[in-house]
Design a protein around this ligand. Structure first.
Ligand code: ACO
Length: 312
């Protein structure tokens, strides 16, 4: 397909690593792709509070509880930055929320898995936030200005989350036999769902080609998944825990670990709404939205009253 003059100029700016800002001209599909990805990302931060919030009341010590509270609050902040970045593209936060609640928009597959034990909170920090950073560090260089700037702060906080998760794992792995078993069980259940966070294999990824040409994405899904495995295996070894993959092996020739792909059928099932917690997660968000209606109404009424007073 022939590019128009505007599209050619736009692509040249992207190729020169210039940031695209909200008021600049951009192709409709660039805008739509960003709304989809940033919106999905924001929803993931918000829904991602649920599996962790589940353990705030049961954190084993006051210190762990304070840390977990801070982390869950960070996730709320990340969601809000990202909704703001999406709003600069001409979509409202209410529209995005409605699309999440109706099932039209997605959030990360990982948050449809339960957190059954305290060790899961460690594994979520270590593996899930570890995977999130692996994906988000390159996004600091994404072509859309507001998204790239949001990523800078988010990545700083996200790396603290990863460290706190690893710290929990270290405590568990060096604890009693029962604690060690719990830590191993958490890896066993969360390893493959963490690999799925990077999205389908490059062969199945619908959007990667165009998104990389526009520098909305900087790496392919498989590239980042491989980097994550390479980074995480030595960390598991240091903990003395086993990654549940018999095919996991250092490949001298490639300079990477060989590993088993996750069960992609399970991934697509979870995306269709059939994961273990999809219904719970959406119900919790629907309740939060309807329970919060009086607050939104009251704030709007107050803002209108103040604006009217200013005019008078
Ligand atoms: N969970 C849910 N849906 C996913 C996932 C996932 N882990 N991976 C891919 N998908 C969806 C895509 O949204 C797309 O569906 P759609 O067309 O209906 O929107 C479909 O699967 C095909 O995948 P791709 O073509 O590879 O999609 P894309 O190019 O958007 O790549 C990726 C997916 C890598 C997740 C990308 O969107 C991205 O980098 N997003 C920003 C990071 C992010 O959202 N992180 C959230 C989790 S981390 C956290 O919140 C703590």
């Amino acid at each position: 397909e022939e590019m128009t003059e505007e599209e050619r100029k736009f692509q040249a700016r992207v190729d020169a690593n210039e940031k695209i800002e909200p008021k600049d001209w951009m192709p409709d599909d660039y805008r739509a792709t960003l709304i989809r990805q940033i919106g999905q990302h924001a929803h993931s931060e918000i829904v991602g509070q649920l599996p962790e919030g589940n353990w705030i009341t049961r954190a084993p010590t006051l210190e762990r509880k304070a840390i977990l509270l801070a982390k869950v609050q960070d996730e709320a902040g990340h969601g809000l930055y990202l909704y703001c970045a999406a709003e600069t593209l001409g979509v409202s936060r209410d529209e995005l929320t409605e699309d999440l609640l109706s099932g039209k928009m997605k959030y990360s597959s990982i948050f449809n898995y339960p957190t059954l034990t305290w060790a899961d909170i460690g594994a979520v920090g270590w593996l899930v936030d570890g995977a999130a950073i692996m994906n988000q560090v390159p996004l600091q260089r994404t072509s859309f200005g507001p998204y790239s700037r949001a990523m800078i702060r988010i990545c700083k906080e996200e790396s603290f989350h990863q460290r706190q998760g690893y710290d929990i794992m270290m405590k568990m792995a060096r604890g009693t036999e029962a604690q060690k078993r719990m830590a191993q069980d958490a890896i066993n259940r969360l390893w493959y769902p963490s690999l799925m966070m990077f999205g389908p294999s490059d062969k199945e990824s619908v959007h990667s080609g165009q998104s990389m040409a526009w520098r909305i994405k900087i790496n392919t899904n498989d590239e980042l998944r491989q980097k994550f495995v390479d980074q995480t295996v030595p960390q598991a070894e240091y903990l003395g825990l086993t990654i549940p993959d018999e095919n996991l092996k250092w490949n001298e020739e490639r300079g990477h670990y060989d590993f088993s792909e996750p069960d992609w059928k399970e991934f697509f099932d979870v995306l269709k709404g059939n994961g273990p917690c999809n219904t719970d997660r959406l119900t919790a968000r629907q309740e939060a939205w309807s329970d919060g209606k009086w607050v939104r109404d009251a704030m709007l009424a107050h803002a209108r009253k103040k604006a009217a007073a200013k005019v008078a």
